[in-house]
Ligand binder design. Structure first.
Ligand SMILES: [Zn+2]
Length: 205
C-alpha cells in the first residue's frame, strides 16, 4: 500500500489544521522508508514470489520497521517532534498518522506484521491475496482522504496522490516483479522519498 497511506496523511491535514502536509506524508510513509533502507542494509527481508503470475505481492520480515512495538516507538518520536514545533494538536495528528501505517498495512497484508518480531502475535487480513479487492479498498481510502483534504488545501498535492493511486494499481496488477531484494528496495525507496519531498515543496507557503 502506498496511495492509501498518502490518503491518510492528506485527510489528517484537515484536522491538524496547520503545518506543511509534507510532514504528515513523511509520518505516513516513514515505516516504508525505514523498511527499504533496512532491506538494502540486509537487516530486514523481502520475499519475492517464485510464481509472479499467480502471486502479485511481496511478503516481508520487518520487525524493526513494521511491528506494533516499532510503530509505537516511531509514533512517539513523531508526536514529540510535533509538540516541539507545532503544539499538542499537531503532535497528536503526526503520531496518529504514523500509527495508521500499521493499521492500513494490516488491512491488506498477509499476517507478516508482528507484535514485536518472530514468534510473537501476527496481524494481517490476507486481502492482498486478492489484488483487485485489496486495490479497491486502497482506492476507496485514498479518494476518501482526498475528499476530506480538498476543502482546506486545493493544491497540486491532490494530483500527486491521484497519480500515486493510478501507478499503485498499474504496478500491482501488471508491473514486473523484482529479481532481487536490492532491486525490490531501490525503486520504492526513491519513490517514497521523492513523494515526501514533492509534497513538502508543493505545500510550501
Ligand atoms: Zn508499510
Amino acid at each position: 500500500m502506498l496511495a492509501g497511506h498518502m490518503g491518510a496523511a492528506v485527510a489528517a491535514r484537515r484536522f491538524a489544521a496547520r503545518g506543511n502536509v509534507g510532514w504528515l506524508v513523511l509520518a505516513a510513509l516513514f515505516a516504508d522508508v525505514v523498511l527499504w533502507v533496512l532491506i538494502l542494509l540486509g537487516v530486514e527481508r523481502v520475499v519475492i514470489p517464485v510464481d509472479p503470475e499467480t502471486r502479485r505481492y511481496l511478503t516481508f520480515v520487518f520487525p524493526y520497521s513494521h511491528s506494533v512495538v516499532a510503530t509505537c516507538l516511531y509514533a512517539c518520536v513523531f508526536a514529540a517532534m510535533g509538540v516541539q514545533w507545532g503544539g499538542w494538536r499537531w503532535a497528536g495528528w503526526l503520531g496518529a498518522v504514523m500509527a495508521s501505517h500499521f493499521v492500513l498495512d494490516a488491512l491488506v497484508h498477509i499476517p507478516d506484521l508482528t507484535l514485536a518480531g518472530a514468534d510473537t502475535l501476527r496481524f494481517g487480513t490476507s486481502l492482498q491475496t486478492q489484488p483487485v479487492a485489496a486495490l479497491a479498498v486502497e482506492a476507496v481510502l485514498t479518494v476518501a482522504g482526498l475528499v476530506v483534504y480538498w476543502p482546506v488545501r486545493r493544491n497540486a498535492v491532490v494530483g500527486v496522490v491521484v497519480v500515486t493511486l493510478v501507478l499503485t494499481v498499474g504496478g500491482t496488477l501488471w508491473g514486473p516483479m523484482p529479481e532481487s531484494e536490492a532491486q525490490a528496495a531501490v525503486g520504492p525507496l526513491l519513490t517514497n522519498v521523492g513523494l515526501i519531498a514533492l509534497c513538502f515543496w508543493l505545500d510550501r507557503r
